[in-house]
Design a protein. Sequence first.
Length: 340
Amino acid sequence: MTRTTRLLILTVAVVLLGAVGTAAVLYSAHRSGRRDQQQANGPTVRTGAVSLRPTTGRRLVVRNLAWGPHRDELATVPADDPQGPRTASGVKCLRFHAAAGTGICLQAVHGALQDTYRAVVLDPHLRELHRFPVSGIPTRARVSPSGHLVAWTVFVSGDSYAGTDFSTRTAVVDTRTWAIDDNLETFRVSEDGRTYRAADINIWGVTFADDTRFYATLATGGRTHLVRGDLTTRTLTTLHDNVECPSLSPDGTRIAYKRRVAGASPDAPWRLYVLDLRTMKETATAERRNVDDQALWADDSTLVYALPGDYGSDLWTVPAGGGGTARTLMTSAVAPAYLG
């Protein structure tokens, strides 16, 4: 083979390799462009002022999960147009809730070696009022109807309620004094009129009735119970079994909650139920999928909750009375709170 022939073969090989590389780049760009186009077809998110005291009708605030520069920011939409354009605040939260102009925002602080977490109390303009370090991964957050109390739950070991190998820590803070009960497990537990003591008690999922009374889940001995808490007497009284992540209705008469059902997968054990506090009658909602969330009452007859979605979670809604059907409320959103 002559030197000229070898050079010709080498040149052809270089040209072919270049063509293949160019084609690969163009194909990748085309696929990326398609993905960008698909993301562009999601909810419109724009920056703007977000207030926890809306002046233009009732609003819904969520943790925005739509892909883009405002992912994980608190964003708001009109309550009657949840699929409309979102106004992003710039404030990022893992868990969030708000009432009466007070917000509780559970945040991650990213470090060089590991993440830490904190609870930040926000004013109506989403400015920080006070912060508290928390000892684990944020999972639940609630504000009392008056805005005077905030509560949060974190995992201090484990990261799922589905099994039994986890431990939680739940705290309540008075925003008027910044006094904190940093572990509700220190409250006295009353079961059937008798004091109950156990080393394996876990408390999570606070929902407030007022500035003294609340409801929560108490777990012990492999079972869960609905408890009514009293901050003045520092007591927890068991009311009903097999209740997790309770949510009190606005009129104070019912509790929405996730309930373990027989025959379900151990990894997806819960269905969404409603308990009448007067009769203790349970009603299954029309949502038949696994719900691992603390549901929110949109009003006295409608529940909102998160289910897995393409970008993390979507919000769904279902009637609280047991009829109707489950419907999508918002895509790419979690941690809702109604304002106004």
